[in-house]
Ligand binder design. Sequence first.
Ligand code: GDP
Ligand code: MG
Ligand code: K
Length: 296
Amino acid sequence: MTEFKSGFVALLGRPNVGKSTLMNRLVGEKVAIMSPKAQTTRNKIQGVITDSDAQIVFLDTPGIHKPKNDLDQYMDKAAFSSLNEVDIAIYMTSADDKIGPGDRYILNELASLKTPLFLVINKIDLIHPDDLLTQILAFKDEANFAEVIPLSATQGNNVEELMTEIKSYLPVGPKYYPDDQLTDHPEYFIVGELIREKILEFTRDEVPHSTAVIVEDMNTHQQGKLVINAVIYVDRDSQKGIVIGKGAAMLKKIGIGARREIEALLGEKVNLKLQVSVQRNWRDNPLFLARAGYNQ
Ligand code: GDP
Ligand code: MG
Ligand code: K
């Protein structure tokens, strides 16, 4: 019997190389939610795969995959250094894109990582195999890749191979997320993120970074609606005031916006019940972070 493995995988790459498509294929539609908004400084979970022998948590690392022409934005050292804390970093490109200065810059930055770096060349269905070889050779000189995996996220070619390679690099480890949250109810975390995204969208700058959302339960139905209880945690009383708003107007707005997205995600009517609670310095509280599903 092999030991259970688990770990964190950062998925990097320029827009449109197919990161979301790959996530959808690997994890399933429900879990691979992409936010159109710029994210906070925290790593954002893109998806979690739990099977009988491993749990893989895919993270999106904001601040790295910025548009090519915006080289200054790549200089986000904090984002790069967070890559030292993951188990595998994957740099994804598209087979029909030539290697460019943006790729070179980012790969040069990644060179100092201790983390194993995979190159995933997506969209191989779009090119001739000979051109794939040219691509691989062009990239190979730019970094010391632990693995190079060409695949097609839409067709599914070689996606299993990627999974096998990821697993072979993961350490033996625990399930970070309990089964009931991620196999039966992968929605818990994602629903929390959808609520947090609405807070991000509607409140002032200081608030979103101080906010965590924990979905307490989403098991019962009342009057044909799924009842979801969630708690929004903030650092300070003043932030609680902002999130609730005058006459609870802000909380209502957050609730309505989030409910729409949750209903679209789950495909059913939802009664979303939100509470706001002050939890001072929650970012320094490992138990709280684990419960909220954040790894830092
Ligand atoms: P992201 O910005 O990196 O998340 O990219 P998306 O997943 O949104 O994909 C961008 C576009 O590329 C979409 O139109 C996808 O359908 C397409 N795409 C993704 N993977 C493949 C692939 O393997 N082959 C082809 N032909 N198109 C793909
Ligand atoms: Mg995407
Ligand atoms: K959350």
